[in-house]
Design a protein around this ligand. Structure first.
Ligand SMILES: Cc1cc2nc3c(=O)[nH]c(=O)nc-3n(C[C@H](O)[C@H](O)[C@H](O)COP(=O)(O)OP(=O)(O)OC[C@H]3O[C@@H](n4cnc5c(N)ncnc54)[C@H](O)[C@@H]3O)c2cc1C
Length: 386
């Protein structure tokens, strides 16, 4: 159930039909085994959903971020986890918008057909964290090669991706006017890189999210690995990050509806003290409140996507949508776990898995505090704190 009607029923029905062929047992097993949902991602690719944002001339369906967000929402709403594949959506957008014609025509048709995956984006570093412009990974031009040295952390889906977008400093911080200048993005062929200077070390973590430490030791990339203009990578990566935030807002909304649907059904059925627990207002109110918050977050998500699709600035809206949706899905997760009582902790109900999965989004891809500080300083004009 949700209150908002939208114009995307065809997409919703198509993705729902596919997701119905991957029942809860499938996702539960993948989670328990800490494996990758290859069959699921392959099916999404085969049916063309992963190519939503690829322009038609490159074999995709040429849809907007709004439609892509509906696809991601439906996966999470059906009990799956878009975290296994959402990288391709926002990364390909960076390539579509900032890649050269040669890069686009070489890569995009292969992404559309499923021959290649572009699931990874390497931004975060262990010593600088959220303070992205201070990152230490360098790319130095030597003849017709770029030589990469440094380290990244929490880089997701590298082991299930053929390509990765990497952010590195090409001009030393001391030589740029603004700290956001002098950063560049590169398209890295993962397998080739692993054979000549990139080491991948998996990080065991709370969710079944394949994520890694990366070490670069004199990794050589060809000249044409650079995406767009040298030194403008931070600006380019923000396009991808805004898309990522709007998509993850949609995923949280999908999670939120999954939790409210699941708990609503349960509290109608479960009888304690001779009546359904859902008859108690102490049970009803947290569920109703979470539902209201999900609906409200949904409005901001559509606004962020509409601005993005219109080519207008959407940083504030994408950030606010992500914050609202991550909070709403977390409230819904808490209510769902709480009112399942002990059964909420049993893996077979899927509540504990979805609870872990949705919790991530208050920290990654940007933490709640950093969104609050962005709004405080950039929208409200409060003094900068850092
Ligand atoms: C499962 C997972 C997958 C990820 N996947 C990727 C990926 O694919 N690619 C990638 O590049 N990154 C990825 N990340 C990294 C993620 O984007 C970062 O973890 C996140 O941005 C936070 O950065 P950090 O961990 O360095 O935290 P830090 O920057 O160390 O911050 C730690 C805490 O301190 C708070 N904090 C920091 N500074 C301030 C301040 N000035 N005011 C108030 N609070 C502050 C933050 O809000 C945060 O809660 C992933 C992370 C996880 C956990």
């Amino acid at each position: 159930m949700n209150f908002l009607e939208d114009d995307y029923q065809d997409i919703r029905e198509g993705v729902r039909a596919l997701c119905a062929t991957f029942p809860p047992e499938y996702h539960r097993k993948i989670d328990a085994e800490r494996s990758y949902p290859e069959d699921f991602v392959d099916a999404l690719t085969r049916e063309g959903w992963m190519a939503a944002l690829i322009p038609e001339e490159y074999g995709g369906s040429g849809l907007g971020l709004t439609e892509a967000s509906v696809i991601m929402e439906e996966i999470n709403r059906a009990g799956g986890n878009s975290g296994a594949c959402h990288g391709q959506m926002y990364n390909m957008n960076t390539l579509v918008q900032h890649g050269s014609e040669a890069q686009r025509s070489r890569i995009l048709p292969k992404l559309a057909s499923g021959e290649l995956r572009l699931q990874s984006m390497g931004v975060t570093e262990p010593t600088t964290g959220t303070d992205t412009t201070q990152l230490k990974t360098t790319a130095v031009k030597k003849g017709d090669r770029w030589v990469i040295n440094g380290q990244k952390v929490w880089i997701s889906r590298v082991q299930h991706s053929d390509l990765m977008i990497l952010l590195a400093r090409t001009t030393p911080l001391s030589e740029v006017k603004k700290k956001s200048e002098g950063l560049s993005i590169f398209l890295v062929d993962v397998k080739q890189a692993m054979a000549k200077g990139m080491t991948v070390r998996p990080i065991a973590n709370m969710v079944n999210h394949e994520t890694n430490e990366l070490f670069f030791d004199e990794l050589e990339l060809p000249e044409d690995a650079l995406i767009g203009e040298e030194g403008k990578g931070f600006k380019y990566i923000l396009t991808g990050l805004n898309a990522e935030r709007a998509l993850i807002a949609a995923e949280c909304i999908g999670d939120g509806y999954w939790f409210t649907d699941k708990v609503t059904e349960y509290v109608k059925e479960r009888k304690v003290f001779g009546r359904p627990i859902g008859q108690n207002q102490g049970v009803q109110f947290p569920i109703a409140e979470a539902f209201i918050e999900i609906e409200a977050a949904n409005l901001m998500r559509y606004k962020a996507c509409a601005l993005f699709d219109a080519g207008k600035p959407c940083g504030s809206e994408a950030n606010m949508a992500k914050l609202l949706a991550a909070k709403a899905s977390w409230e819904a997760a808490n209510a769902c776990l709480q009112f399942h009582g002990g059964f909420g902790f049993a893996c077979e109900y899927d509540v504990e898995r979805k609870f872990r999965e949705t919790r991530l989004y208050q920290v990654a891809p940007i933490s709640t505090n950093l969104i609050l500080s962005y709004v405080a300083e950039h929208i409200l004009g409060l003094p900068r704190s850092f």
